[in-house]
Ligand binder design. Sequence first.
Ligand code: SAM
Length: 254
Amino acid sequence: MMAYMDSEILDIAKMPRGGFDASCLDRRLQTDRLEYLDRSDVDDRTNRQIVDALDRIGTLFNGHDKNARLVLAEVADVADPKILELGSGHGGLSRKLLEHHPTAQVTVTDVDPGSVTDIAASDLGSHPQASVREMDATAIDAPDGYFDLAVFAMSFHHLPPPLASRVFAEGTRVADKLVIIDMPRPPSLLHVLRLSAMLPFAGLVPLLHDGAISSLRSYSPSALRALAAHADSAIELDLRGGLLSAQMVVAFRR
Ligand SMILES: C[S@@+](CC[C@H](N)C(=O)[O-])C[C@H]1O[C@@H](n2cnc3c(N)ncnc32)[C@H](O)[C@@H]1O
């Protein structure tokens, strides 16, 4: 079994999103198509619309608030936590972290320069406890152990397996805990139902186009374990939620 795992993990680039043990149907429920957000040929206005819509949805349905509370629970024993938000997009989660924790220091980052410019021009740009920076979650520009926690919300599925594995390596290098919050990968039949609700409108609404692709690119718990093991066998995972609600991963090194 171990030899099987080792040889498969070496081939992480070929891992299905459902993991090495994914069923035949689950292996079909994935795509190499990119979301608008990941394409350089898509006009900036479409991408800004999607990012704004994500922010509005996160505000309307309390997603930013809920995620901030989950994150802060992970650093409840740290007096003045240093938190790194990766793939922030619009800054909604960081805003809530600062609202709920009066002494947290939050570094708000994204790989997309346009998002970073917009966040820096918002209230976060002049917040005394926030700093806004461009940063790639797969190559984090920070010393080992600098942060108490790094969080990557609704973004992990954007990365193909070799890069997703780098996030585990980098996030647990620079922070004591890495928290990943992302779309769940439901059991295949439920997944088909979810996709059938989205696909008819995917050509009309950019957010649903990206939502359907996100769903197809979401990782299963088995895939998450393989990605972490590929990054470093010393990384341990605590997996929570994830059937219909968002899935949360807390990763740390032994
Ligand atoms: C779907 S948006 C999520 C935005 C926000 N975190 C949220 O929860 O609504 C995905 C974000 O991940 C960012 N992203 C994609 N690849 C990344 C990478 N390698 N490093 C950091 N951010 C990345 C994108 O620029 C985008 O802002």
